[in-house]
Ligand binder design. Structure first.
Ligand code: URA
Length: 427
């Protein structure tokens, strides 16, 4: 059957359903360059405005998977389990989580990305460890996975190339925020990666893509449906992103905090979420090994971390980079800290140099924000609230501007209950 891009665009523009044949054709033709960027932009906008039903989203996801290679870890002989976060501020959970789950008996093949905008990227964080390499061949990936039980590396170009092209286009055409496109983008990569079980951490709040619970629930339900239909045992936790996770946002700063968690310490919210996700990953993979809380206490998770980082060229004992300049922001009043907004802190860290504006920009390993109090804590006027780290102090004014309206201190005695970390679970 012959197809053409204008008729596919018109179908969705006029609120019609795309046929399986239309979807297969448009994804394949776009990947090969036969459908032009301006035509795919129009279609993405029509999808953003008019949506897609579950059949269309499933077929779209499948077509993106078929645009590239599918990985297979069955030769390992160990159940595999992976986690994907929709992205947040201070979200370093992958770092302690992957070796922790490996220490409890499941293998973790984690293909991660770099940060863009106010949320950080796992690969940028790990690259602050001297010598660590994100780019591995498939054979190297398998060797690290076999020896350390977990591997965190960059996705190769062969994995869902249609998504790579489409995501870059959506980024510049105001079409990122469409639930069918987000769900199919994430799930095409995760299904192509070949994991047996998948736990989704869908962030909700100012620092997340999804600002409210209802949207996050719809995204989670869509992704769980796609995973389950593809034979991947998929569960989603909806978790709070109204304030940053932990006490750091920035690359080397977050590695340091992750190592504290692996050593049995670290901030309570990071420990709680790491353990909750680890238990879900093990249950989804059908592994009844060690309890994750014990693996943090007895040093076995740390042991897997050291093996995983060393196998990728990282020097686990080398000092982490420290930014050249620090600037302390103090509390403007005494009382209860009732707001430390995730988006404000994320943008501040990004402007300090922790993140990038364009894909090809470098990041500063030492830059970021260190927090000395969290919502619910009592603070005294003049006490340090945040330390801003950067190699480029000329950025301070611009970075501090991002905090405007993002910090709230209420009179002492004000009742304040922080949001729970886990808001919902969808299976
Ligand atoms: N992450 C992805 O991989 N794709 C999206 O569309 C959004 C977040």
């Amino acid at each position: 059957m012959s197809m053409d891009a204008p008729s596919v665009i018109r179908t969705k523009r006029d609120r019609g359903e795309l046929t399986d044949a239309q979807i297969d054709w448009v994804i394949d033709a776009y990947t090969r360059g036969e459908v032009a960027d301006e035509q795919m932009s129009a279609l993405a906008m029509a999808i953003l405005l008019n949506g897609m039903n579950l059949r269309e989203i499933s077929r779209w996801t499948d077509a993106m998977i078929r645009s590239g290679v599918r990985m297979d870890f069955s030769a390992l002989g160990v159940p595999t389990s992976d986690k994907h976060s929709t992205g947040g501020v201070g979200d370093k959970i992958t770092l302690p989580l992957a070796p922790l789950v490996a220490a409890c008996g499941a293998a973790v093949p984690q293909l991660s990305g770099r940060g863009l905008g106010h949320t950080g990227g796992t690969l940028d964080k790990l690259e602050s460890i001297p010598g660590w390499r994100a780019l591995l061949s498939n054979d190297e990936m398998m060797t690290v996975l076999r020896d350390a039980g977990a591997v965190i590396c960059a996705a190769g170009d062969g994995l869902a190339p249609a998504d790579k092209k489409l995501y870059a286009l959506r980024d510049v055409t105001g079409t990122v925020e469409a639930i069918p496109l987000i769900a199919s983008s994430i799930m095409s990569k995760k299904i192509a990666e070949g994991t047996g079980a998948l736990v989704l951490d869908v962030k909700v709040g100012s620092g997340a893509f999804m600002k409210n619970l209802a949207d996050a629930q719809e995204l989670a339900r869509t992704m769980v449906g796609l995973g389950t239909n593809a034979g991947v045992n998929t569960v989603a936790l909806l978790t709070d992103m109204s304030t940053p996770l932990g006490l750091t946002a920035g690359n080397a700063l977050e590695v340091r905090e992750s190592v504290e968690v692996l050593a049995g310490g670290g901030p309570a919210d990071v420990v709680e979420l790491t353990i909750a996700l680890a238990r879900e990953m093990l249950a989804a993979a059908g592994v009844q090994g060690k309890d994750p809380a014990d693996a943090l206490r007895d040093g076995s998770a740390m042991d897997h971390w050291r093996r995983m980082i060393t196998a990728q060229g990282g020097d686990v004992d080398a000092p982490l980079p420290v930014a050249r300049e620090q600037h302390v922001i103090t509390a403007s009043a005494s009382g209860v800290l009732t707001q430390l907004d995730a988006y404000a802190v994320g943008v501040c860290a990004w402007r300090l140099g922790a993140g990038r504006a364009r894909k090809e920009d470098p990041v500063q390993a030492g830059a970021g924000v260190e927090m000395h109090a969290k919502p619910g804590d009592t603070v005294t006027a003049g006490q340090p609230l945040l330390t801003l780290h950067t190699d480029t102090p000329e950025r301070y004014d611009y970075a501090i501007e991002a905090l405007t309206g993002g910090i709230g201190i209420s009179p002492a005695g004000t009742a304040f209950t922080p949001n729970p970390i886990v808001l919902d679970r969808i299976a």
